[in-house]
Ligand binder design. Structure first.
Ligand SMILES: *Cc1c(COP(=O)(O)O)cnc(C)c1O
Ligand SMILES: [Zn+2]
Length: 425
């Protein structure tokens, strides 16, 4: 497995590193990116044909785009056929957001462990194996750990998870434990867990797979590539996504710049990044015109984006600026209202995902996104990730928009009367 030899470059000073530097920050403090290979994607028809191939790498919505990913030896690759997620063209949600036409929703909750994290994880865990590592680790609000735990188990690696104690949604914690990752509940926020995992792993032979690891970003580029392919390589005007640690925003910017450079698209869509108001340091930086991000203590019910000190904010700022994009923030009440709309449309997603839809509605209302614009939103995680938030929202006695269950006697007449009432309503 010696031919795996990609180069990393510091995004701040340009300094070069081999594939396995001692930590993922340059001496200057900058983050690394993978130096692109001099490779082209196959033409659209050949790319699409891979979907029908029996080869697992062709069927993966990540490795189908392998020409623009790190050149890994095949035996190192751990894949679960990630990607290939659905694109929903919703008139109902288009109208809800104030758009004249449909809203396109790329549902990354349809990945094997239920979030987009699988797209980065298949690459990062495969790189760990190519580098001969025996153990991986991450700090996580829950989805990164669920994904890492699965891919590590499949790839025969030990897995260590640092979670903010008591702040991971039930579905995510269940997955992480079930897939066998050893889980440390850190008494602090995600940001504390992130700082600790970086410190502790540097001196041990444990490979860090947070999105500070630039190979994660490479895999996540395929969300945008597959979305553009779904749209026949006719780019939308806007791509809307939630922002937490901002790795995904960085990945989207990189994918769009590469797609433009490869001639796959004639122009760049604009990125709209949406944060939760209680965890919106990136939004505050843009709103105030500051050039430096000021970390804060995060609070929001959208636990996947409950992050106050996002690692990738400089890369993300570049992505927003390069695409003429913008950053919005929404309240938890706005997130819950958007989630109720996304769920009731029959699509469904976890709270953080629905921040994107809430943000779009706000941007259209404010005239920052034109009603006639073509917009694609990315739903980042599955509805079942956070059952607690959903059932609490729909509990009896809650307000408009709730869909509480009705308790009925075990009696055909009582049940019949109840159905008649519902049918008449
Ligand atoms: C990780 C995650 C996010 C945030 O992505 P970043 O890359 O950290 O900005 C948003 N939604 C869900 C469901 C996630 O799992
Ligand atoms: Zn540097």
């Amino acid at each position: 497995m010696s031919r795996f030899a990609p180069e990393l470059a510091c995004t701040a000073c340009g300094g070069r590193q081999g594939a396995d530097p001692p930590g993922f920050r340059c001496a200057c403090g900058g983050l690394y990116e993978v130096v692109p290979r001099d490779a082209k994607l196959p033409p659209p028809a050949a790319l699409a044909a891979r979907r029908a191939s029996p080869d697992p790498l062709d069927r993966s919505g990540v490795w189908r785009f392998r020409e623009v990913l790190p050149d890994l030896p095949r035996p190192a690759i751990v894949t679960r056929g990630e990607g290939g997620t659905g694109l929903y063209r919703s008139e109902v949600l288009g109208r809800w957001c104030g758009l004249a036409g449909v809203l396109d929703l790329k549902h990354e909750g349809e990945n094997p462990t239920g979030s987009f994290k699988d797209r980065g994880m298949t690459v990062a865990v495969s790189v760990a194996r190519a580098l001969g590592r025996r153990a991986v680790a991450c700090a996580s609000t829950g989805n990164t750990s669920a994904s890492m735990a699965s891919y590590a188990a499949l790839g025969g690696l030990k897995a260590f998870v640092f979670l903010p104690a008591g702040k991971a949604a039930g579905g995510k914690l269940a997955q992480t434990l079930a897939y066998g990752a050893r889980t440390l509940e850190i008494e602090g926020s995600f940001d504390d867990a992130m700082a600790r995992v970086e410190e502790v792993c540097r001196d041990r032979a444990v490979y860090l797979v947070n999105s500070i690891n630039p190979f994660r970003i490479e895999g996540q580029k395929t969300i945008v590539l597959e979305l553009l392919e779904d749209l026949g390589w006719d780019p939308p005007d806007w791509i809307v996504l939630p922002g937490g640690n901002l790795g995904n925003t960085a990945a989207f910017g990189r994918a769009l710049e590469e797609a433009l450079a490869l001639g796959l698209i004639p122009r760049l869509p604009r990125l709209a990044v949406v944060q939760a108001q209680g965890a919106s340091p990136f939004h505050r930086m843009f709103a105030s015109g500051a050039r430096e991000l000021v970390p804060l203590a995060p609070e929001t019910l959208a636990t996947a984006i409950r992050i106050g000190n996002p690692v990738s904010w400089r890369k993300a700022r570049r992505a927003v600026e390069a695409t003429g994009g913008l950053v919005e923030a929404v309240s938890d009440a706005e997130i819950l209202a958007a989630k109720a709309a996304v769920d009731a449309a029959g699509i469904g997603a976890e709270p953080a995902s629905c921040a994107a839809v809430a943000g779009l509605r706000k941007l259209v209302a404010a005239g920052k996104v034109a009603p006639g614009a073509r917009v694609a939103a990315v739903l980042t995680g599955h509805l079942l990730k956070d059952p607690e938030t959903t059932t609490a929202y729909h509990a009896p006695g809650r307000g408009a928009g709730a869909n509480p269950p009705r308790r009925v006697a075990n009696d055909p007449e009582a049940i019949g009367r109840t159905l008649d009432e519902e049918l008449a309503g």
